[in-house]
Design a binder for this molecule. Structure first.
Ligand code: ADP
Ligand code: TRP
Length: 331
């Protein structure tokens, strides 16, 4: 049985990109894998959230996870900061990680460019903490979107380095994973290639958006004027609408609009109307569940406590083994 681990930072509600990149189908994996779904609250501290918001955001992601179909009896849902062993493993791994290699990480360079006033050490160390999240449960597969591929590569480097230094095969080498084989990138409504709450809130459709909000957002999505000649390549914003449609609509619907596009007969208003309805239909069961869970604080607290216990038991075993391998012994 494989161990699967998925993590999301609590920086807001979950959107369709998170769903297709890190959640969709993975809820199915719960039946024949040992699955961990966690909320990466330490990672979210790199952007200094307001203390009053942090707990609320964690709770919202927990609710979104449950509503998306994670069964807390089958899988382990937990909050990263409930498992302090992750911090210990981060410290131990970081001794064999070079500052230069962390400075070359694409996501770090991007942050330096975007937020030059807040280049904190947590950002630099981000991939080490992430590797610790994964290695603490010795995960085999890590469902993530395309943007996380490099972090997974680094996790394998750190694991391999540990194994080499200590002449062991203790850590498995985890792979970035998507059910459909290729890692996916869901585009934004703002014409950008990635739906992302960190980049632009306006690019996102949240699982918790009500149908009226979804319709409004989709109708306002960036589009373009139609093609003037048959079979022209699509501009990015139009490509985005088609990619979203591919994710949520029936294949016949997609084929219909493809044909309309290729014949220069497409009306983007009609396409967006259809897309909005298909998204509403897709998210409706999740949205209903979210509403129900929001008024059930006791249940949410119980899920978090249960998950923390299961995650700590798994993490504790790894930390004991790692200490032993490294030569840290109790008197
Ligand atoms: P955001 O970019 O909105 O801040 P996160 O960085 O918290 O989202 O992403 C959490 C998980 O969701 C990661 O595994 C990430 O790869 C995945 N993800 C985020 N946005 C997308 C997207 N547009 N398409 C596919 N996967 C995505
Ligand atoms: N870095 C991931 C993101 O930004 C979140 C994350 C932290 C994660 N630790 C992880 C994802 C471990 C998978 C496994 O989306």
């Amino acid at each position: 049985m494989d161990t699967v681990l998925s993590g999301i930072r609590p920086t807001g509600f979950l959107h369709l990109g998170n769903y297709f990149g890190a959640l969709q189908n993975f809820t199915r994996m719960q039946f024949d894998n040992n699955c961990f779904f966690f909320i990466a609250d330490y990672h979210s501290l790199t952007t200094h959230p307001h203390p009053a918001d942090l707990h609320e955001n964690i709770k919202n992601v927990l609710i979104d996870y449950l509503a998306a179909g994670i069964d807390p009896e089958k899988s382990t849902i937990y909050v990263q900061s409930d498992v302090p062993q992750v911090c210990e493993l981060t410290t131990l791994l970081s001794m064999n990680v070079y500052v230069g290699e962390l400075q070359r990480v694409a996501s770090f360079k991007e942050k330096v460019r975007r937020q030059p006033d807040n280049v904190n050490a947590g950002l630099l160390n981000y991939p080490v903490l992430m590797a610790a999240d994964i290695l603490i449960h010795r995960a085999d597969k890590v469902p993530v979107g395309k943007d996380q591929e490099q972090h997974l590569e680094l996790t394998r480097d750190f694991a391999q380095r540990f194994n080499r230094i200590y002449e062991t095969e203790y850590f498995k080498l985890p792979v970035a994973y998507n059910f459909g084989k290729q890692l996916v990138k869901i585009p934004g409504l703002d014409g950008s290639t990635k739906m992302s709450k960190s980049d632009n809130e306006a690019s996102c459709i949240y699982l918790s958006d009500d149908p009226a909000v979804i319709r409004k957002k989709v109708m306002k999505a960036v589009s373009d004027s139609g093609p003037t000649e048959p079979n022209q390549p699509k501009p990015q914003a139009i490509e985005n609408l088609f990619t979203l449609m591919q994710a949520v609509s029936a294949p016949e619907t997609l084929a219909f609009f493809e044909e309309q596009y290729n014949k220069c007969q497409i009306r983007y208003g009609d396409m967006k109307k259809q897309l909005a309805e298909d998204i509403v239909q897709f998210t409706a069961p999740i949205y209903e569940k979210i509403k129900e869970l929001r008024s059930n604080d006791d249940y949410i607290a119980k899920v978090a406590r249960m998950g923390a216990e299961k995650a700590r038991a798994s993490a504790d075993k790894t930390i004991k083994d790692v200490r032993e391998i490294i030569g840290i012994k109790h008197f």
